[in-house]
Design a protein around this ligand. Structure first.
Ligand code: UD1
Length: 364
């Protein structure tokens, strides 16, 4: 019997952990899983609604760390997670994604000589100004099992000198959750709640530090959204980081003045999937949305200069448009006029990544 501690802390962790926990729970003879929530995200809309929507059980343990600078958050998680690990001494710690919680928990386990598995290993934006890129590099460096989503991720790891037998391409657990939830999400009443029609609106989300922590950048992106909502209703769920900065930078009025924009709280998982599926166009800086739109075949414009998920561009429906308002608007118009590429779903994004992970964990 293997005792495995799974870590979740920030919003994008929840859909990644859910299918793995379910797959482990289907093998009670082989695994004893335990779910730890660091509480990096703690609001209902950032955390609890995802537990409900994904059918995740209440975590076995909360670390209660809350918000803070990168250093404060990392330090608090290190201290609290060490205590949890010393009490349970699992055989393996499994971390997902690239959040601060991912790195802090991997580091804590590695220092206690507990093997670490990293799900979504090998992604690289090659932009070390992103906190997530540092988290990816360090987490991979101290992990014993590297589960990847794409051939590009494998190639990144091999180029960095990781031994091939540590690297396992299993597909994308984010898409496991998407396929699992699709039917239920289809019944979400969110479109009528917001008063929009299928394929009759664009969906925008923004939360990257590089976009929303700089007043000029944020102002420019908002001006692009303003132009776009003159052509099509724009659903704009606002992340807490973004909301805080809109107030701090005095940009709230610019947002409120968009008469064809529907401003909302961050969406829960099912509503988010439904809104993406029926959108004519998604404009985002989220990694998860880049992947979900590719799996759903919905045009996605990514408001960043780089992406660690290149297969969403080469194979899927994603295009990098950068942060220039003119380019964002021009590309959005191209989509609205109907001249946009059709993508396909990348290999192994088939809803069975978690099963493959569990098969490998059995042998580890
Ligand atoms: C984190 C992840 C990012 C992920 C994103 C999804 C890191 C380094 N970044 O960024 O990769 O895409 O989550 O949301 O881990 N806040 C609340 N309520 C909450 C959580 C946060 O109000 O439940 C506010 C706080 O003011 C906090 C700010 O949002 O300071 C930012 O939260 P934080 O967890 O530091 O980073 P995210 O920007 O959410």
């Amino acid at each position: 019997m293997r005792s495995i501690t799974l870590v979740a802390g920030a919003r994008p962790n929840f859909p990644k952990v859910a299918p793995i926990l379910r797959a482990l729970q289907r093998r009670p003879d082989a695994f004893s899983p335990c779910l730890v929530h660091t509480d990096q995200h703690y609001d209902w809309q950032m955390s609890a609604v995802f537990f409900r929507d994904l059918g995740l059980p209440e975590p076995d343990r909360h670390l209660g760390v809350g918000s803070g600078s990168q250093a404060v958050q990392t330090a608090k998680i290190l201290i609290a997670f060490e205590e949890a690990l010393l009490e349970r001494r699992p055989d393996l710690v499994l971390v997902v994604g690239d959040a601060t919680s991912t790195l802090a928990c991997a580091l804590c386990a590695a220092k206690l000589n507990i093997p670490v598995a990293h799900v979504e290993a090998g992604l690289r934006s090659l932009d070390r100004a992103m906190p997530e890129e540092i988290n990816r590099i360090v987490t991979d460096a101290i992990s014993d099992l590297l589960f990847t989503t794409s051939a590009e991720a494998d190639a990144n790891l091999l180029r960095e000198g990781f031994p091939p037998d540590k690297v396992h391409r299993v597909g994308n657990v984010m898409i496991d959750s998407l396929f699992y939830a699709l039917e239920t999400a289809d019944r979400s009443p969110i479109l009528s709640t917001l008063g929009v029609q299928p394929k009759g609106y664009a969906l925008a989300t923004l939360h990257r530090v590089s976009n929303v922590d700089h007043p000029e950048t944020l102002r420019g992106i908002l001006s692009a959204l303003d132009d776009i909502q003159r052509h099509i209703p724009l659903v704009f769920p606002i992340h807490p980081r973004t909301r805080k900065n809109l107030t701090a930078f005095g940009l709230q009025d610019q947002v409120s003045a968009m008469s064809n924009a529907i401003l909302t709280e961050p969406m829960g998982y099912l509503d988010s999937i439904k809104l993406q599926k029926e959108a004519r166009l998604v404009i985002t800086d989220s990694g998860g949305l880049q992947e979900e739109t590719t799996a759903l075949g919905v045009p996605c414009l990514t408001v960043r200069e780089n992406t660690e998920r290149p297969e969403t561009i080469s194979v899927g429906t994603n295009t990098l448009v950068g942060i220039s308002p003119e380019v964002i608007v021009r590309e959005a118009m191209r989509v609205l006029e109907g001249s946009y590429k059709k993508g396909r779903i990348p290999d192994l994004w088939d809803g069975r990544a978690a099963e493959r992970i569990v098969e490998i964990l059995k042998k580890f």
